[in-house]
Ligand binder design. Structure first.
Ligand code: ZN
Length: 231
């Protein structure tokens, strides 16, 4: 007998499968990231109606299968984000964030903090969060939620706040006296990063970060993610 399980979750990715099926990845609070096979989901008469769509929050019931994909039995819409579909930049930023979460979060490893981050990112974007700021803040906050918090309180070896450089392999900032190398990370950049890890997304706009600071931070965060994913 197949076991039935249930949870709620946010649709991270969706792709066509076979003639009329779809495979969705759902980030759930109780079961982590799940891959579910939605049989006949592309038929006009599909039992899932319009519930299966990116960024939607669903309530699902599924058959647990030990091998292969779990089988989706019921899906009902809890919350869609109409605000997102009205603005292409915000929708783009949301899909980018969902794809990031899909790439970096391990399968079936429940993690409430990452789930909360993803939900808050989608709803903040739908509520008007600036998409460029949102991407940077979310990417950094997802690092923290997934247990890879970078050290951003000055040099990680001596605590000094000057001549700092970026060392993902050591876990954060390192000053030149302690062996740091490469480009300087200006105080404005690392202090803003530190603030972004503490500010809720809805209030990140108060930091008034300019485009060049945001793009500098994004480069550092991407380097850090790259290192975490290689390990
Ligand atoms: Zn140092």
């Amino acid at each position: 007998m197949a076991t039935l399980d249930r949870d709620e979750g946010v649709v991270l990715t969706m792709r066509d499968y076979a003639e009329t099926d779809r495979i969705i990845t759902l980030l759930t609070p109780g079961h982590g990231k799940l891959s579910l096979l939605a049989k006949a989901a592309r038929r006009a008469t599909s039992r899932f109606g319009g519930a299966l769509d990116l960024a939607n929050r669903l309530q699902v019931v599924y058959y647990v299968r030990r091998k292969g994909l779990h089988l989706l039995r019921e899906a009902s819409l809890v919350e869609s984000s109409p605000g997102l579909r009205e603005d292409l930049d915000r929708l783009d930023a949301a899909l980018w964030g969902l794809a990031l979460a899909d790439r970096v979060l391990p399968a079936e490893s429940p993690d409430w903090a990452s789930y909360a981050r993803v939900r808050s990112y989608v709803s903040s974007l739908a509520g008007g969060l600036d998409p460029s700021l949102g991407r940077v803040a979310f990417s950094l906050q997802l690092l923290v939620a997934a247990g890879h918090r970078p050290r951003l309180e000055g040099c990680l070896a001596c605590g000094k706040g000057e001549e700092l450089t970026w060392h993902p392999e050591r876990g954060g900032l390192l000053c030149r006296q302690c062996g740091g190398g490469g480009a300087d990370v200006p105080p404005k950049v690392w202090k803003s990063m530190s603030a972004l890890t503490r500010f809720p997304l809805t209030r990140a706009g108060r930091l008034r970060l300019d485009a060049s600071t945001l793009s500098h931070i994004m480069g550092l965060v991407e380097g850090f993610w790259g290192h975490q994913l290689q390990r």
